[in-house]
Design a protein around this ligand. Structure first.
Ligand code: NAD
Length: 485
């Protein structure tokens, strides 16, 4: 293995914390496209987090007692609220991310769909199991497995999808009957605060709270909640796992990735080039399942690279308003720019060629969509998570070399295989070390909540979703035996 573990994440540099005489310090939230301060939020103390968790504990038993059908009513009311507020929510989200309008609209749309999925299915997912008796002793008993929620689930989220990311874990946990404390990223807390406002606005029971702040606030959530659902960098995930083990509290970690795309000679190259350009550049490459490296079979390498470069060059980059004009916006903060820049510069210094992009885009924290060739596994752009708009492309002799190199990573989040033969694609998928593999597509698994979304290796521990498991993971299992006679 040529890869190294990821460097520890520096705490988000976009924020500025100002100590105030009375009350908590505040964090300034900036639009990364303009640098403008668009809001301030409290940097909540550990005491404030502990108090909030205590309060949630008071209301959770009632929430559990109304059962999945009772909770469904509130979840569907909240879904209506999301639909009614989609446009406004997209504007808030755009202000703290500088995303193109069409991308900003994805978060509330995705959230609406996901909430409906869990609201309607939770009763089925949480139904008792009655396993068949398997021994003479058990045969005289009725066996029951009951799923009962952890009282308070702590959800900690990153900045790349400020509304969808919280929703994808908060609502499965709420539908399980848990109360939820959410700690969104300090870089993009405004959208998450809107969720809390909406929950209060519909008059739902106070079993969902948002606390804002940086790493210390997150650590306080880890120190007080009964189950931790974390999404973010591998470096932070490692700290959270250690803290959870210390408290003997269960956790699920959704971490970084370095997703490979394998383009075989029998692929529809037009489709592959288009899909991989999208998979690498959507949200400026700031998606955990972005395509981050591409392996192309030698016979089609030149043709594919030409098509990919043309697709990437065609992307329009700029600061979008309410009317969607652009495909690519800015990166989240200077921290991200520094990583992308370093990866490109180190690659070029070691002999890589930039076919398009390769530099800052001229506004805010934007970086140009970039295609790199003549790269290899000695370069940081291939071994470390970039989380930016770069596509390093490598030529491979055949399928087996592609699989070997794709698996040469400390990460294993997702992957894609591009081929004219779907059976072959599925066969290759089973050889890849990744939590998800999409054949002739990117991101498809993200829209399939019936499937688990989890990473292998340093990409995570556990998984979100996966049908019933997505709700049952927030529950303790209880075994009940009852005499039949
Ligand atoms: P990050 O790890 O810096 O921060 C994530 C969250 O953890 C933030 O809310 C932060 O305040 C909090 N935090 C920081 N230190 C903490 C501590 N000691 N205890 C508790 N909480 C703490 O990550 P980021 O830069 O916000 O997000 C980018 C990363 O997220 C990338 O690595 C990306 O791949 C990953 N990600 C993964 C998925 C997935 O589903 N696997 C999805 C999106 C993003």
């Amino acid at each position: 293995m040529t890869n190294t573990e990821p460097a520890p994440a520096t705490e988000a540099q976009a924020r500025e914390t100002t100590a105030k005489k009375d009350g908590p310090a505040v964090i300034e939230v900036r639009n990364p496209g303009t640098g403008e301060v668009v809001g301030t939020v409290p940097d909540e103390t550990a005491d404030a987090v502990a108090a909030k968790v205590r309060e949630l504990r008071l209301y959770q038993p009632e929430w559990e007692a109304i059962g999945p059908e009772g909770r469904k009513v509130w979840l569907l009311k909240f879904q209506d609220w999301l639909i009614d507020n989609t446009d406004r929510l997209a504007t808030v989200l755009q202000s703290e991310t500088a995303k193109p309008r069409v991308d900003a609209l994805i978060d509330p749309g995705f959230a609406t769909d996901l909430i409906g999925y869990y609201a309607r299915r939770a009763a089925k997912f949480l139904a008792d199991d009655h396993p068949s008796p398997h021994s003479p002793l058990a045969r005289v008993k009725r066996l029951t497995t009951v799923y009962r929620p952890y009282p308070v689930v702590g959800v900690i989220t990153p900045w790349n999808f400020p509304l969808a990311m919280p929703v994808m874990d908060v609502f499965p946990a709420l539908s399980a009957g848990a109360a939820v404390i959410l700690k969104p990223s300090e870089v993009t807390p405004l959208s998450a605060l809107e969720l809390a406002k909406g929950w209060a606005e519909i008059g739902a029971p106070p079993v969902f709270a948002v606390v804002t702040g940086a790493g210390a606030t997150g650590a306080a959530v880890v120190g007080n909640a009964d189950y931790i659902q974390f999404t973010g960098s591998t470096a932070t995930g490692r700290k959270i796992a250690a803290a959870c083990v210390e408290r003997m509290v269960p956790y699920s970690l959704e971490l970084g990735g370095k997703d490979p795309a394998i383009v075989l000679a029998d692929a529809d190259l037009e489709r592959a080039a288009h899909g991989i350009a999208f998979g690498g550049m959507f949200n400026s490459g700031q998606v955990c399942i972005s395509v981050e490296r591409v392996y192309v079979e030698a016979p089609v390498y030149d043709e594919f690279v030409a098509k990919l470069t043309a697709n990437v060059k065609a992307l329009r980059q700029g600061l979008d308003g309410r009317d969607s004009k652009y495909d690519v916006g800015a990166l989240a903060n200077e921290n991200q720019v520094a990583i992308v820049q370093r990866h490109v510069e180190e690659a070029v210094a070691a002999g890589a060629k930039v076919l398009t992009g390769g530099k800052r885009a001229g506004f805010g924290t934007a970086f140009e969509p970039t295609v790199l060739v003549d790269v290899d596994h000695s370069m940081s752009c291939v071994t470390e998570e970039t989380f930016g708009p770069t596509l390093p492309v490598m030529k491979v002799a055949d399928e087996s070399e592609a699989v070997r190199l794709a698996n040469d990573s400390v990460y294993g989040l997702s992957a894609s295989v591009w081929t004219g033969d779907k059976e072959r694609g599925e066969r290759i998928a089973r050889q890849l070390n990744a939590g998800a593999v999409n054949i002739n597509d990117v991101f498809a698994n993200l829209f399939s909540y019936a499937l688990p979304m989890g990473g292998w290796g340093l990409s995570g521990v556990g998984a979100r979703w996966g049908g019933a498991n997505g709700v049952r993971k927030y529950c303790r299992q209880q075994a009940i035996t009852t005499p039949i006679l």
